[in-house]
Design a protein around this ligand. Structure first.
Ligand code: SF4
Ligand code: SF4
Length: 439
């Protein structure tokens, strides 16, 4: 039997430059939560109050700290590629010159034989020729937030005057194409877009011509601005199926713009059907690509569906570091790069405990689930409901995920088998099919 990459990792640690490979990932927010627009569902704008930035203190990461971060991030990894991720708020508010400095520092500290890559998440409204020339010249991968056709996009993605941002974003899309900047789209699946999966998907495919689509389910309890996940053991966890978990319901604990578990599953199923019939091999949809990996028995490339958390730290402009971008709450601060080296925090016991708890603390419904291999209870920040037996800690989206995984099980197995790939998991995996053939 041939060894696959993952098996080999168990036998011998992966090496680079004659030493054990060392890798971490940080989402840097050099402008913190500051943004030029004001999306209703943004989970980050409220961080400015939560993290109690000093009054009058600029939220921008200053040049000295920027250099410290870049130096540490490069020197404390040992891997052929180092990926910098820039997020906000809206990082383009910092201007092109700020990012020219970023690239300058990266060149200064990059050792021979190492490739540095950058990705930048933006709402797209400030993109212009100067930005696109820079992004192209430095091979940045842009993550562009766009929620669908004009009416859908403008429902929540509005400026401070409450006006939709669709036209500015589409002008940004045109520039990204004009300058051939690499980009992926990020689309929030909320109570509106969640009702129109085909319309959203076809718009992204045919109008935006998105090379890679990422869909993000919007899941926010009404308390999300102040309450960190998993910090209040006394909090009531409603059972799966309870009406109070339905966004828009009179007594709902959810923000009204959220997607329901059912709508999430339906969204994925409908988009998958269109993709598998017409676009397989042509359009990249992140959840589908990740599922292919999971069915083949490979490591899931997405933390939300993988076995472990804790590999992506969040860095605030004052140097504070948090366990994850979705856990930027005082309770989950793991240090500050002015005081503690980044790698000490990334590989600390505290961070490891955070990472392992994803699998360790799965609800018993997940432990017995046919699709555990593809989901692992999804992101812990969404684990705030009880299963039908009353056990807390189940994922709010569980019913949707299960519907999706059950739906793709057979077609994925079929595709993998007919393209000569292993089917390691699912109800139609190679072992099951061989046993059935032998009978
Ligand atoms: S908490 Fe969620 S987003 Fe963060 S690492 Fe875990 S799965 Fe990923
Ligand atoms: S589908 Fe539901 S039960 Fe299965 S692993 Fe995911 S969250 Fe758990």
């Amino acid at each position: 039997m041939q060894l696959r990459g993952n098996d080999m990792n168990l036998i011998k640690p992966v090496q680079f430059n004659g030493k054990a490979s060392k890798r971490m990932h940080v989402m840097a927010k050099p402008i913190g939560a500051v943004c030029n627009i004001d999306c209703d569902y943004c989970y980050y704008l409220s961080k400015q109050d939560l993290l109690a930035y000093k009054k009058g203190c600029s939220p921008e990461m200053d040049e000295a700290l920027l250099e410290t971060y870049i130096k540490q991030y490069i020197e404390q990894q040992n891997t052929p590629e180092i990926i910098f991720s820039w997020q906000g708020g809206e990082p383009t508010l910092l201007g092109v010159d700020y990012f020219k400095k970023v690239v300058e520092f990266q060149h200064k500290y990059c050792p021979p034989g190492v490739v540095i890559s950058n990705d930048l998440q933006t709402n797209g409204t400030l993109l212009n020729d100067k930005w696109c020339e820079f992004l192209k010249a430095n091979n940045f991968l842009v993550g562009l937030s766009i929620d669908g056709p004009e009416l859908m996009h403008n429902t929540y993605r509005t400026n401070r005057a409450g006006r939709g941002t669709f036209k500015q974003v589409m002008a940004g899309v045109a520039l990204l194409h004009k300058y051939k900047v690499r980009f992926a789209t990020l689309t929030c699946v909320n109570n509106v877009t969640g009702q129109s999966p085909l319309e959203v998907y076809r718009f992204l495919r045919d109008v935006v011509k998105s090379p890679q689509m990422q869909f993000i389910p919007i899941v926010e309890q009404k308390t999300f601005r102040t309450d960190a996940p998993q910090t209040d053991a006394e909090k009531i966890q409603y059972r799966q199926g309870d009406n109070r978990l339905i966004p828009g319901d009179q007594d709902s604990i959810m923000e009204p713009w959220c997607v329901s578990d059912e709508a999430w599953g339906n969204f994925l199923v409908v988009v998958f059907n269109e993709w598998v019939m017409n676009d397989f091999g042509k359009v990249m949809v992140q959840y589908f690509e990740a599922s292919v990996e999971a069915w083949m028995g490979n490591k899931n490339p997405l933390c939300t569906l993988g076995e472990l958390c804790g590999k992506g730290l969040a860095l605030e402009p004052n140097g504070d570091v948090f366990a994850c971008d979705h856990y930027v709450y005082p309770e989950y601060k793991i240090g500050n790069i002015n005081e503690t080296p980044l790698d000490k925090m990334a590989f600390s016991k505290q961070q490891q405990a955070f990472g392992f708890s994803k699998s360790r603390d799965m609800n018993s419904q997940c432990k017995q689930c046919d699709y555990q291999f593809a989901c692992y209870g999804e992101c812990p920040k969404n684990r705030f409901i009880s299963n039908r037996a009353g056990e807390p800690g189940l994922n709010y989206l569980c019913a949707g995920w299960k519907k999706f995984f059950a739906h793709i099980d057979k077609p994925l197995a079929h595709i993998l088998r007919h393209t000569g790939h292993p089917v390691a998991h699912g109800k139609y995996n190679d072992k099951v099919m061989m046993a059935a053939a032998e009978q």
